[in-house]
Design a protein around this ligand. Structure first.
Ligand code: ZN
Length: 340
């Protein structure tokens, strides 16, 4: 099959479009013909290399996948069945898995991290990762949905327990998690404030549910939130930017506010002033992916059109390196999708 692999860590140029062996069907698994695979920031981290994480080379990236079932163990899924894939792989046997917290599994993996992912014509996945999609849903949209909407749902609904009438600040409206979080917060009746680095992105953020928008290049986020909420601050901050925004994110919280973070794309050694943490009674929460059950819970909103992944652009699989460059430059609004 054709695949994009890399044989060493490095810049986008290490991604090579080349021949690779097709994955072989094993017990409990399915082989999926990949029709679309969306990029995530995780792909960039994995390509560059992560401290203390060993890769087996050559490696195939790609966590967000949609396609058709090619074959499955015991023929449990009809060939040709249209599916999107749950991006989290877990053991299914440990305490966390059996407790329904499979994203806390000690052997948790994200497709395309320790296993080969979707930058290829075929991918092998456990049967329980297949989620059937209706005919009306396109493969590009289906690939753009799982990881970011699962992550944003886990952050807002499961961790922050967002309620109608609350104020939510979403950083980086143009990112995958940002566009998903705006929509999910809006769906739950929250008033959404969103930030982005260009007027064009801010206009798009309004289109998908943001009530007020802040250009983080020209304005101070904390000062703007104070002004827009008449000094009160917001109930929930959705963080994934890291060092570049962390201190201002905390300043945006109202007393008793909750901050949830799922990433640190600009760096991870962020300071915290403990005086504000205790006197203002903040709650700081980490969030990582989401459970299989949560993806099944959020998917119907996608199938009914109430949640729609925003597509930035589609690229032939062979141009994966250019797609990575676009993401690294932060030009995108929404998801960048590869088409094998
Ligand atoms: Zn487990």
């Amino acid at each position: 099959m054709k695949a994009v692999r890399f044989h060493e860590h490095g810049p986008p140029a290490v991604l090579r479009y080349e021949e690779a062996p097709e994955p072989e069907l094993q017990g409990g698994d399915a082989i999926v013909r990949v029709r679309a695979c969306a990029l995530n920031h995780l792909d960039l981290w994995n390509r560059r290399g992560i401290e203390r994480v060993q890769f087996h080379f050559p490696h195939i990236l790609g966590a967000d996948i949609a396609g058709e079932v090619a074959s499955s163990a015991d023929n449990s899924m009809t060939p040709g069945r249209r599916v999107m894939l749950q991006p989290g792989v877990s053991c299914g046997r440990c305490e966390a898995c059996l407790d329904g917290r499979d994203n806390d599994c000690l052997r948790y993996d994200v497709l395309g991290s320790h296993s080969d992912g979707g930058y290829a014509e075929f991918v092998r996945v456990p049967l329980q990762n297949l989620v059937a999609i209706p005919d009306a849903i396109g493969f590009t949209e289906a690939a753009a949905f799982p990881l970011t909407f699962l992550t944003a749902w886990h952050m807002l609904v499961t961790r922050a327990k967002v309620r109608a009438g609350e104020d939510v600040l979403v950083l980086g409206a143009g990112s995958g998690v940002g566009q998903a979080a705006i929509q999910i917060a809006w769906l739950h009746g929250a008033r959404v404030f969103a930030t982005a680095g260009s007027d064009e992105k801010l206009a798009k953020a309004r289109e998908i549910g943001a009530y007020e928008v802040i250009n983080h290049h020209t304005h101070d986020i904390a000062a703007e939130i104070k002004r827009l909420t008449t000094t009160r601050g917001v109930d929930v901050v959705i963080e994934h930017v890291g060092v570049a925004t962390w201190e201002r994110s905390l300043k945006c919280l109202t007393k008793g506010g909750r901050l949830v973070t799922c990433g640190a794309t600009t760096g991870y050694n962020a300071p915290i002033d403990l005086r504000f943490l205790f006197t203002r009674q903040y709650t700081l929460m980490g969030s990582y992916m989401g459970t299989k059950a949560e993806l099944l819970r959020v998917a119907p909103f996608f199938f009914s059109g109430q949640l729609q992944p925003v597509i930035d652009s589609t690229w032939p699989l062979a141009e994966a390196a250019d797609a990575h460059r676009r993401m690294e430059e932060g030009q995108q609004f929404g998801k960048i999708v590869l088409l094998p």
